[in-house]
Design a protein around this ligand. Structure first.
Ligand code: T1G
Length: 647
């Protein structure tokens, strides 16, 4: 399209205008045409639909490269004799932002988001991002943006100098006017700019923060190195280093794992039997029980814009519940996540009371009361008579059978499980449990609400522990076998933390508390297969009054909240082994990791065979987002398969 001597080039490659070979070729052809046409005095590049450019085409990774390569396209844009203006109509990510950085002027729509999310794919920007961005923002801001991969909103991009203007009215009109205005003037080429000065301390502070956040991942460290190099290196040298680093990382295991996670997240959204099923409208959510879980769920719902009706047994308990919810909002106020107005506005959408009859107004009721079958079934029977006929009932149980809870109602088809993870207003994972009778539109509503709550919903069938806790139980069992075989808790935790787990298993057990698992083991004692291997060390620990971090002693001793190795635990483990006549042997970190991974993956295979999980990648997402498994290892199913492949 051409207006007043300005050629508007629109990238139209649904769904996200990724820079496929065709798009790269198309851009080159458009520039060639513009160059040869004396009528054209300037060029605007924009995107069709709601995205500017979603980046390189991730589906092309691993395939033979096709000319023209992206860096060459961007060099051509930047070196172009006529002005090229980027009109950022929506997300400009990865290679998409790099295209914009190669243009001579950038205007963003107010809702546009910019970012270089490459580190989230285990790579670094490969088309100049690490070298051009710091020339606009300075080194500290560029480190922050590139090493975190975060999205930068248009207003912030303007204040950082990444864009030159934010369009208040029609973006394209503004871009065309700017392009026409630049025609014939000297052009500002990002590569030619000097890097704005910052002190060594400022650079080092940004780098240290980014390195600490990397937690064992390689690509953010490489991104930091490349940005820091812009202080001294010539642009061309920096670009060569960036390209070599990009190509090396692209073929790494970390990148393969993170690509797997990217596609896993998209695959998880596709749920069998829900094609074309419309969710029911939800604007008011009831939350029964406003304890630790319930108050977190209430805050998540308030954050997402829902009206929330909290229910407690008495008005005194309701008062306490409201205080807990307010305290969580206050924490977000203090950290700057919300402002005072936001807090007040959220509270205006909240009622907490002892009157269960209030739930007649709810579209969805989430139960978060004590995890006891009698308590929950009685509650559901009551709710069934209170809520509207089209309202949905959800149970937030960890271990109970939602089908049994549903069966207590007249309408089990409107019941599903929503298994939140603590703290419920923070954790990304939400297991959405499809019961035997759950209707498709009820499940679809659960998923839609979950997404609005900013969660990653994973659908699971019904079994004890659903996907996550089933795998975690297998992990726990194998960790206990390792204890008997010769490893100590600190060896196992160190191996798993070096592998990348947020916390080793024994530190997690201590944090969660040991008594619930103890009570469960006691309940199960009568039905346990006597031939199955059973490790009694955790029982001995509980008998000795060691219940974890809360009691100051568990698998470790806690001094001022810091975990320290306790010789008493070592003695207890040795005594248990001796009582069983076991001879411990040395177990190295590699064996620890391999065995724990295999235990998780084997349990995952069982979940797939039973139809509880729809696909292996769903299991990976559960463990990454709910249990601290490192995303850059791809999840236990991916990692175990990769390890088996490498062996
Ligand atoms: N390549 C290929 N397919 C992509 C894609 C991409 N970059 N981005 C999204 N898709 C597919 C996705 O799989 C899904 O497909 C559909 O598009 C809709 O996605 C040289 C190295 C842009 C914010 O990391 O963050 O540039 O499942 O459901 O919620 O330095 O997609 O429908 O078949 O996510 O509207 C850097 C990744 C690449 C951006 C849109 N770019 N994408 O969100 O839709 S590396 C990224 C996103 C790079 C250079 C390098 C989001 C989005 P399907 P969606 P959305």
């Amino acid at each position: 399209m051409q207006t007043a001597g300005v050629l508007v080039v629109t990238i139209d490659n649904a769904p996200v205008n990724a820079l496929s070979a065709d798009v790269r070729g198309g851009l080159m052809a458009a520039l060639a045409a513009a160059e040869g046409d004396a009528e054209i005095r300037a060029v605007v590049v924009t995107g069709a639909g709601k995205t500017f450019i979603g980046g390189a085409d991730i589906k092309e990774f691993g395939k033979p490269p096709v000319e023209p390569m992206l860096p060459a396209v961007i060099d051509r844009l930047e070196g172009f004799s006529k002005p090229v203006v980027a009109a950022l109509n929506g997300a400009a990510l990865g290679g998409g932002l790099e295209v914009a950085l190669g243009c001579h002027h950038r205007i963003a729509a107010s809702g546009a988001k910019l970012g270089l999310p490459e580190v989230k794919l285990g790579i670094v920007p490969g088309a100049g991002g690490t070298q051009r961005l710091p020339r606009l923002t300075g080194i500290p801001a560029a480190i922050d943006i590139i090493a975190s991969g975060r999205m930068v909103p248009a207003a912030e991009a303007l204040s950082l100098g990444i864009v030159d203007a934010v369009a208040t009215e029609n973006l394209l009109d503004a871009a065309v006017a700017a392009a026409a205005d630049l025609a014939g003037k000297s052009l500002r080429r990002t590569a030619e700019l000097a890097v704005p000065t910052s002190t060594a301390e400022e650079n080092e502070a940004a780098a240290a923060k980014a390195r600490a956040r990397a937690k064992g991942q390689t690509s953010p460290l490489e991104a930091v190195r490349l940005v820091l190099a812009t202080q001294n290196a010539a642009f061309a040298d920096g670009i060569a280093d960036e390209r070599a680093t990009f190509l090396r990382l692209r073929d790494s295991q970390e990148a393969a794992a993170l690509r797997h996670v990217f596609f896993a997240e998209r695959a998880a959204a596709k749920v069998e039997g829900l094609e074309g099923v419309e969710p029911r409208p939800v604007s008011t959510i009831g939350v029964v029980g406003t304890g630790l879980m319930g108050s977190g769920i209430a805050v998540a719902a308030l954050d997402a814009g829902y009206t929330v009706i909290g229910i407690e047994q008495t008005s005194e308990a309701a008062e306490k519940g409201k205080e807990r919810i307010t305290a969580l909002l206050d924490r977000n106020l203090k950290s700057g996540r919300i402002d005072a107005k936001g807090k007040a506005e959220r509270l205006s959408r909240l009622i907490v009371s002892g009157n269960i009859g209030n739930l007649a107004k709810a579209d969805l009721v989430i139960e978060a009361v004590f995890d006891d079958l009698d308590v929950k079934t009685l509650l559901f029977q009551r709710l069934d008579g209170i809520v509207r006929p089209d309202a949905i009932l959800a149970t937030n149980t960890s271990y109970l059978d939602p089908d049994v809870i549903a069966a207590a109602t007249q309408h089990p088809e409107r019941v599903l499980g929503l298994h939140f993870f603590s703290p419920a207003n923070v954790m990304k994972l939400l297991e959405v449990v499809r019961g035997a009778k759950t209707l498709p539109d009820v499940l679809a509503t659960g998923l839609a609400v979950a997404r609005k709550l900013n969660k990653l919903p994973i659908v699971t069938g019904v079994c004890e522990g659903f996907i996550g806790n089933r795998i975690f139980s297998a992990y726990r069992r194998e960790a206990e076998f390792l204890l008997e075989d010769g490893a100590l808790p600190q060896d196992i935790d160190a191996a798993m933390e070096a592998y990348g787990m947020a916390m080793g298993p024994f530190a997690v057990f201590d944090l969660a508390g040991l008594e619930i698992a103890w009570a469960r083991r006691k309940r199960q004692a009568a039905t346990r297969d006597p031939a199955a291997r059973y490790v009694d060390i955790p029982d001995r620990l509980c008998e000795a009054g060691r219940f974890g971090q809360k009691s100051g002693r568990g698998w470790y001793r806690y001094v001022d909240g810091k975990r320290t190795i306790d010789p008493a635990v070592t003695e207890l483990i040795e005594a248990s082994r001796a009582a069983k006549g076991l001879t411990p042997r040395a177990i190295d970190a590699d064996e620890i990791v391999s065995r724990l991974l295999k235990a998780m993956a084997d349990e995952g295979q069982a979940l797939l065979a039973e139809g509880i999980a729809a696909r292996a990648s769903d299991i990976d997402l559960v463990m990454i987002n709910g249990y601290g498994f490192p995303a850059y290892r791809g999840g236990p199913m991916f990692a175990a398969a990769a390890k088996a492949g490498a062996a």
